[in-house]
Design a protein around this ligand. Sequence first.
Ligand SMILES: Nc1ncnc2c1ncn2[C@@H]1O[C@H](COP(=O)(O)OP(=O)(O)O)[C@@H](O)[C@H]1O
Ligand SMILES: [Mg+2]
Length: 283
Amino acid sequence: MVKVLFATCASLPAGDGDDDAVIDALAEVGVSATWSVWGSDEAADLVVLRSTWDYPDRLGEFLSWCSSVPALANPAVVVPWNTDKSYMVDLAAGVPVVPTLVVSPGFSDWPDGEFVVKPTVGAGSRGALRVAAGDRSTASAHLDSLAGPALVQPYQSAVDSAGETALVFFGGQYSHAFTKGAMLTPDAEVDDSGLYVVERLSGASPTAAQRRVAEDALDAAAHLLDLHRAELLYARVDLVAGHDGAPLLLELELVEPSLGFRQTDAAAPLRFASAVRAALSAR
Ligand SMILES: Nc1ncnc2c1ncn2[C@@H]1O[C@H](COP(=O)(O)OP(=O)(O)O)[C@@H](O)[C@H]1O
Ligand SMILES: [Mg+2]
């Protein structure tokens, strides 16, 4: 039987539950998928990055392991680019993105209005802080605590009412979408693993404008990485509404996104399984 590993982290040895249906769907089409904590040299026909959410504290180790894996999805070339949220600046040339400044420790020219300071390398909302207009001392103290480069963005207040919309693609083709409630709120709770803030998710039907921006974001990323979109086994495009209501890219997740299988139709895991089969047959 063809063997696939789903890479995770030690504190979530079988993922967070969202991928369970995919494992079953893969078994039905002749692919044995099992969980494996990233960092091992266990052999497989394909290693799929899934819940590797402890990498922000061990980035060098993670990148070198990714480049050592013979067959990785997404491809290893994606990982250094996409684990550093500075990619937002690269995408801004052709895609409407949340205005993003990349700053270094010591930066103090804080924007007017409410804004967010978050690490360039981060996952699960950890290290992201919402700063009230004018609260420069809190922003500076947070930047010092991150001890590295950070992103500064205006807080997109539409998130408070509409959340963000995540559009999921398999093998470069649209699959489904879901919404995620605002994360930087006073009632935010961290999961028992300590690796992510608990999310409030539900299924969604994206608007035409959201689909268009998501398609453009994926094309732009594939172009920058010199890949064909079909080589991206999975992608999640997170959008928020800007001040005028038009969608803006908040994040393009090509490394370890939750894919919202529990928030969508029962055929989504079958589509993912088929994309895995396509990735295997391309090798
Ligand atoms: N500019 C922003 N405006 C509003 N909310 C934001 C902004 N940046 C981040 N957030 C909130 O923080 C969460 C985490 O930030 P994000 O950039 O998605 O990083 P990650 O999911 O990788 O931790 C988002 O899901 C969103 O709720
Ligand atoms: Mg996010």
